[in-house]
Design a protein around this ligand. Structure first.
Ligand code: SF4
Ligand SMILES: [Zn+2]
Length: 336
């Protein structure tokens, strides 16, 4: 069984029933705009979900749990938008996620893409996510507006990692093509990178993330470093349950930030570890997690590396041992 087949075999047997008229979630959080910390409105729209998750999926991504074969109709998407607009309080940053690609016309029709974008045209930043496959002139042309930013999950700047560790639908050259097109049009790019896809030691994961940050900085206005968290029906979940995977240490997140931030100038580097401090997310020993997470959050908002000064805990030595020995991860795990 190859990696693509294995990931596919772990999907839920039957898709869940969804209410197509309700967004998956909405909330307000902090983000930045024009150098200030501001409120951000986050909206997760219910769509058919990621086409790649439906075909195979990435090793760490649980979006298959939100995916289904049938598209959501424009009428129901309009109702979701109306519900969102009722909650929207003019936050300066608006982030719209779909458990897939906003720009995939099979998830959101081109007409609704424009309708949603225009509804938030007065925000300072309007951020959507997309795979590079959908970042084309034809798709972008009607949607483009001054505040549009597109986030692409590159995950790693290594094709080998994309193929063997992440099972990504595209390769680095596809990201570069999309990034260059966006740069020509004047659309800001936010890049998501993974910290510690499966089948890597902690040390290899840090090195891969550092290389990837330096690479993505050439194209991005912002880079989000996303430590892996364990989501159901994923390959990472299966490995974790078998004791063959540990999410990254929070010390590793800081290590990558400290090593790369001084090299990337004005490019913003952020990290919001999902499930941070929990066994299913990036974590340390349990005693220091809260303080370390707080410092990472503060760094993400301020870009000030001094927030890490003085952070310490006895578990740093354990983490250093892991880096030296590849312990807890140094297993050989191959799919034939
Ligand atoms: S990580 Fe992105 S591309 Fe991969 S399955 Fe999830 S939504 Fe699709
Ligand atoms: Zn600790």
């Amino acid at each position: 069984m190859n990696l693509q087949e294995l990931v596919r075999s772990l999907r839920p047997e039957s898709p869940r029933e969804f209410d197509e008229t309700k967004p998956i979630a909405m909330w307000t959080e902090k983000d930045t705009s024009k150098g200030e910390i501001v409120d951000a409105f986050v909206l997760i729209l219910r769509t058919r979900g990621c086409y790649w998750a439906l075909n195979s999926g990435c090793t760490m991504c649980g979006y298959i749990n939100d995916a289904r074969m049938e598209p959501v109709s424009d009428e129901n998407m309009e109702i979701q938008l109306e519900k969102a607009l009722k909650r929207y309080r003019g936050e300066k940053v608006v982030k719209i996620f779909t458990s897939g690609s906003f720009l995939d016309p099979n998830e959101i029709s081109p007409e609704m893409q424009v309708r949603i974008a225009r509804a938030f045209k007065d925000a300072e930043r309007f951020i959507v996510e997309s795979l590079p496959e959908f970042v084309t002139e034809k798709i972008l042309e009607p949607v483009v507006q001054d505040n549009l930013e597109i986030a692409i999950g590159l995950e790693s700047a290594s094709d080998e990692v994309l193929e063997r560790n992440v099972n990504k639908s595209f390769r680095v050259k596809d990201y570069i093509r999309a990034a260059e097109l966006m740069s020509e049009i004047g659309i800001a790019l936010k890049t998501y990178l993974l910290l510690k896809p499966p089948f890597m030691t902690e040390n290899e994961a840090i090195e891969d993330a550092e290389r990837s940050v330096l690479f993505a900085a050439k194209y991005s206005s912002e880079i989000s470093l996303n430590p892996i968290n364990i989501q159901s029906h994923t390959l990472v979940n299966r490995l974790w349950k078998r004791g063959e995977y540990r999410p990254p240490w929070l010390w590793s997140v800081i290590e990558v930030i400290k090593a790369t931030k001084p090299e990337i100038g004005d490019v913003r580097l952020v990290s919001w570890p999902t499930a941070g401090g929990l066994q299913r997310g990036a974590h340390n020993c349990g005693k220091c997690d809260k303080d370390v997470l707080k410092a990472i959050e503060e760094f993400s908002l301020t870009q000030d590396l001094s927030v890490f000064d003085g952070l310490s805990c006895s578990c740093i030595d354990e983490w250093k041992d892991v880096l030296q020995t590849g312990d807890s991860l140094g297993f050989e795990w191959r799919i034939d």
